[in-house]
Design a protein around this ligand. Structure first.
Ligand code: ADP
Ligand code: ZN
Ligand code: ZN
Length: 760
C-alpha cells in the first residue's frame, strides 16, 4: 500500500487528494500544494498523508504541483497547528496560516543574491596584464584585474569603484574566463548598524541560583530521558527588579550548551527595547529578533536563519512562538501575565498557553516569568502542574518602593474648600487630577534632579457609572462586576448575567448629582502638568504620541534614560520593562480606573498594573516612592498592591472566582454573533445556544445570550453567550463544528473566543 492520500486543509474543512507518483518523494506533511478545487486552482497545506481514504481512490482528484521546495512546516508544528484549530475552535487553514509569516507562505520574497568576482587563474591574469600593457582598449580590463589580484574576491560595486571600470568591463572579463563569478545570498540584518557591547554572565544571587537550577534540572532530565518530563513548565515568580532576565539568559546559555535552541517571547518588541538589547548583548549573532517593524524581506531572512539553523535563539512577540526550530530546548515567556499574548483575531490563541503546549509536543522546557503571574499560571503552580521558582528579593537587596495611597475624596475636601474666583482654574484641574500631596512630591523630585513617572490607566475608559463625590460605582448585585452604561438605551447592564436597570442620575449612596460616565485622558494630564510644574521637561507617551512606532518610543525612552526628561506621563506603555535608575517617584493618577470595568479580571489587571508601574521606582541606588491616588483607598486590590502582597491578593480574589466558577476554575469560552440585522443576529444566537444545550454537563455554567458589552461595532449588532466550567471538551467540539459547518445565514458572523482575556 502506498502512502499516497493527502489531506489538505482548505477553508473550513479538509479534503482528500491523490498524490501522483512523480510527487511521492517531494511532498510531505506540512508541504504547500496546488490542488483543483471546484473550477479553480487553490493552494493549501497537507496536514496528513496516509494510505487510506474515506472515498474510493479513483474518485479522488490529484495534487497538481508542489509549492516551494521544502515542507515549510515542521511535523511538530503541524501537530501544534492541529491542536490550535481544535482548541481555539477555528479552521485548520486558519491555524496553519498562523504558523508561517505571510512572506514565507506566499513565497513572494526571494533571497537577495549578490555577485562576487574573483580571479580564475592568477598566472593567466598576469600574462594578460603583460601582454596588454599598452593596449588602450584593454586598459580598464587591466585595471580591474590588478585590483582583483590584490583581493580574494570583490562585489561589483567595490570592484568598479576601486578600479574605475564599468559593468561592461566585468562582462568582458567574464566572457574571456579571466575572472569568475559566484552569486551568494545576502542576509538583510535589521540590526546591522547597531552597536552592541557584549555582556558576560553575572554572578547570581542565591534565589536566582536556585531558580536557574530548577530550570536547568528539567533541561537535563529531558536530555537524559529523551522525552517530556512532567511538569515541564517553570513559573518564575520574581518581584520587579529581582533579576529575572539574568536567569533567562543563563538558562538559555545552558540550552545552547546542550546543543538545543531557544525561543524568547516578550509582550511587545517595540515596548521592550531594553529587554531585547540585553539578549543581543549576551548572544550577539546567535540571535534572531523577530520585530513587527521588519519588512517582508527581513522577516523572510530571519525565518530562514531559524529554519536552516544559522541562529539558535529567536526573540519576538507572540508569533515568534512559531519559529521553525527543529531541536527546541527552551521557551521563555517574559511577563507572562500580559494580555497582548492573546491574539484578537482567529485563531484567538494565547501564546503563553500555546507555548506550554509546544513545549509538551517538542520536549522543551517552558519558563513563564512575571512579578504578577496570571491567576491561571499561579494556580497551575500551586496545583503542581508547574514548578514554582520564587525571587522575593530585588537584586543587591534593594528595597521595594514605599507605596502611599492618597485619598482623593479627602484631598479634595481638605485642600480645595471654597474655590475663589482667582484660582478657580487651578482648583478645577487640581481636584480632578492631582492631589496636593502628589504635586508637592513631584516638585520636590524635580528640584532634586530626580525623575518621575506619572501613570494613567486609560483602559479604564469603559463606560461605567461613578460618583465623583463618594467614589460609588454602580455594580451588579449578582456578579460583583460593574454595570456598563448603554447610552442608546440610557441603561446600566451587567455583562455577566445581563441584568439591566435604568441609568442613575443621583448617587444611591450619597445622593450627590455628581455622577460621571467617562474618564480622563493623558493629554489633559500633560496640559495640566505643564502648568503645575513650570520649567520641568515633560514628555508624554501613549498610543497617540507614539504613532511613529518603535522608533519614537525608543527616542523618548533614550532621552528619559539619559535624564533629559524630568516627568514622563504615560499609559500602559510605560509599565513594561522600563529600567531607569534615577526614577524615584511613580505617581498613579487614578487607580480606580480599570478597577470597575465589567470583567472578572478587573481586579487582577489593576493589581498587575499598579505593581508593574510601581516597580519602575527605586531600581538604582536611590530609594523609590510610589503615590497612588484613589477614590476607593480601602479597596482590597489597592491595599494589597500597596503592600506588594500578591499571594494575599490572589487568595482574596480567588474567593469570588471560586464562588462564581470563573477561571482559573476551569475554562471559559465566549461565543460572539455579529451582523447588521439586529433580529436576525439575536435569533441565530438563541438558536445556536439551544443547539448546544445537549452538550452541557454539570460542570458548565452558561450565561444566557445577551447584548455584547460593545453592542455595536461598525454598524453590526453584537450578541454573546458564555460557557464556563471544567469539562468543556464536548461543548467546545460542538461549538467548533457549528461555527465551521453551520447552516446559519452568511450575514451573521459567529466566532468563539476560547479563554478570552477580555469580554467585550
Ligand atoms: P526584573 O526583570 O526581575 O524586573 P531585571 O532582570 O531587569 O529584573 O534586573 C534588574 C537589574 O539588576 C538589571 O540592571 C540587571 O542587570 C541587574 N542584575 C540582575 N541580576 C544581577 C546579579 N546577579 N548581580 C548584579 N546585578 C544583577
Ligand atoms: Zn456618591
Ligand atoms: Zn450580573
Amino acid at each position: 500500500m502506498k502512502n499516497n492520500i493527502a489531506r489538505v486543509a482548505l477553508l473550513n474543512s479538509e479534503y482528500e487528494y491523490l498524490i501522483p507518483d512523480e510527487l511521492l518523494h517531494v511532498v510531505h506533511e506540512g508541504s504547500q500544494v496546488y490542488i483543483p478545487f471546484g473550477k479553480s486552482k487553490r493552494r493549501g497545506h497537507i496536514v496528513k498523508i496516509s494510505n487510506k481514504s474515506e472515498f474510493p481512490v479513483d474518485q479522488l482528484k490529484s495534487i497538481i504541483e508542489v509549492y516551494g521546495k521544502q515542507a515549510l512546516i515542521t511535523p511538530q508544528l503541524l501537530k501544534l497547528g492541529d491542536w490550535m484549530a481544535q482548541y481555539y475552535c477555528c479552521s485548520k487553514e486558519r491555524a496553519m496560516r498562523t504558523l508561517l509569516p505571510g512572506s514565507v507562505r506566499n513565497g513572494k520574497v526571494k533571497h537577495q543574491r549578490i555577485s562576487h568576482y574573483f580571479i580564475n587563474d592568477s598566472k593567466i591574469a598576469e600574462e594578460f596584464l603583460v601582454k596588454n600593457k599598452n593596449n588602450k582598449n584593454r586598459h580598464l580590463q587591466c585595471e580591474a584585474l590588478k585590483v582583483l589580484l590584490t583581493h580574494n574576491e570583490l562585489v561589483a560595486n567595490a570592484l568598479i569603484s576601486e578600479s574605475g571600470c564599468s559593468t561592461s568591463t566585468i562582462k568582458s572579463l567574464l566572457k574571456n574566463d579571466l575572472i569568475g563569478e559566484e552569486k551568494r545570498v545576502v542576509q538583510r540584518d535589521p540590526f546591522a548598524n547597531r552597536e552592541i557591547i557584549r555582556t558576560e554572565k553575572l554572578a547570581l544571587m542565591t534565589e536566582q541560583q536556585t531558580a536557574l537550577q530548577k530550570i536547568n534540572q528539567l533541561q537535563d532530565e529531558i536530555l537524559d530521558k529523551k522525552k517530556t518530563v512532567n511538569p515541564h513548565t517553570v513559573l518564575l515568580f520574581g518581584v520587579t527588579g529581582s533579576g529575572k532576565t539574568e536567569v533567562y539568559l543563563q538558562a538559555i546559555d545552558h540550552c545552547i550548551n546542550l546543543n538545543k535552541e531557544a525561543i524568547v517571547l516578550v509582550p511587545e518588541i517595540a515596548l521592550t527595547p531594553q529587554t531585547v538589547s540585553r539578549f543581543r548583548a549576551r548572544f550577539g549573532d546567535e540571535i534572531s529578533v523577530l520585530h513587527s517593524g521588519l519588512s517582508d524581506g527581513e522577516r523572510f531572512d530571519e525565518w530562514s536563519k531559524v529554519s536552516n539553523g544559522t541562529v539558535k535563539i529567536a526573540v519576538g512577540a507572540r508569533s515568534a512562538l512559531f519559529a521553525p526550530f527543529k531541536n527546541l530546548g527552551l521557551i521563555i515567556v517574559d511577563e507572562e501575565h500580559e494580555g497582548t499574548y492573546k491574539q484578537s483575531e482567529a485563531p484567538r490563541y494565547h501564546a503563553r498557553d500555546v507555548a506550554v503546549m509546544r513545549g509538551h509536543l517538542e520536549n522543551a522546557v517552558v519558563v513563564l516569568g512575571s512579578a504578577t503571574p496570571s491567576f491561571e499560571s499561579y494556580n497551575n503552580a500551586l496545583n503542581g502542574k508547574y514548578v514554582l521558582a520564587i525571587l522575593k528579593q530585588r537584586v543587591d537587596d534593594r528595597a521595594m518602593p514605599e507605596v502611599k495611597i492618597i485619598d482623593l475624596r479627602m484631598d479634595a475636601a481638605l485642600n480645595n474648600p471654597q474655590p475663589t474666583k482667582k484660582d478657580e482654574e487651578d482648583v478645577e484641574f487640581k481636584s480632578s487630577f492631582f492631589s496636593n500631596m502628589l504635586i508637592d512630591a513631584v516638585r520636590e523630585k524635580i528640584h532634586l534632579g530626580e525623575q518621575v513617572i506619572l501613570f494613567l490607566n486609560r483602559r479604564g475608559f469603559a463606560r461605567q457609572m461613578m460618583c465623583e463625590q463618594c467614589g460609588y460605582v454602580a455594580m451588579c448585585p449578582n456578579c460583583s462586576i460593574a454595570y456598563t452604561y448603554h447610552k442608546a438605551y440610557d441603561t446600566l447592564c451587567c455583562h455577566m448575567c445581563m441584568d439591566t436597570i435604568q441609568a442613575l442620575d443621583v448617587c444611591p449612596d450619597c445622593q450627590s448629582k455628581e455622577v460621571r460616565y467617562s474618564g480622563l485622558g493623558t493629554e489633559k494630564v500633560e496640559e495640566i502638568a505643564r502648568k503645575l510644574f513650570k520649567g520641568a521637561r515633560i514628555a508624554r507617551m501613549d498610543s497617540d504620541t507614539m504613532r511613529g512606532g518603535h522608533k519614537s518610543y525608543e527616542a523618548v525612552l533614550n532621552k528619559f534614560s539619559r535624564g533629559e526628561i524630568d516627568v514622563l506621563i504615560g499609559t500602559q506603555m510605560i509599565a513594561k520593562g522600563l529600567h531607569v535608575e534615577r526614577v524615584t517617584l511613580v505617581g498613579i493618577l487614578n487607580a480606580d480606573h480599570g478597577l470597575y470595568i465589567p470583567d472578572f479580571r478587573a481586579g487582577e489587571r489593576t493589581f498587575q498594573l499598579i505593581t508593574q508601574v510601581a516597580g519602575r521606582a527605586g531600581r538604582g541606588d536611590m530609594e523609590g516612592e510610589v503615590l497612588i491616588q484613589s477614590h476607593n483607598p480601602f479597596n482590597e486590590t489597592i491595599q494589597y498592591a500597596k503592600k506588594h502582597d500578591y499571594v494575599s491578593f490572589y487568595e482574596y480574589d480567588m474567593e469570588v472566582r471560586n464562588l462564581l466558577s470563573y477561571p482559573p476554575n476551569g475554562h471559559l469560552i465566549a461565543v460572539y454573533f455579529e451582523g447588521e440585522d439586529n433580529d436576525l443576529v439575536a435569533n441565530v444566537a438563541k438558536d445556536f445556544a439551544n443547539t448546544l444545550q445537549k452538550y452541557l454537563n454539570d460542570s458548565i455554567t452558561v450565561s444566557e445570550v445577551g447584548v455584547a458589552p460593545i453592542e455595536r461595532i461598525k454598524k453590526k449588532f453584537r450578541y454573546m453567550t458564555m460557557y464556563r466550567g471544567t469539562k468543556l471538551k464536548a461543548v467546545r467540539g460542538a461549538i467548533r463544528h457549528l461555527i465551521l459547518h453551520n447552516n446559519y445565514p452568511k450575514k451573521v458572523h459567529i466566532y468563539a473566543d476560547v479563554d478570552a482575556v477580555s469580554l467585550l
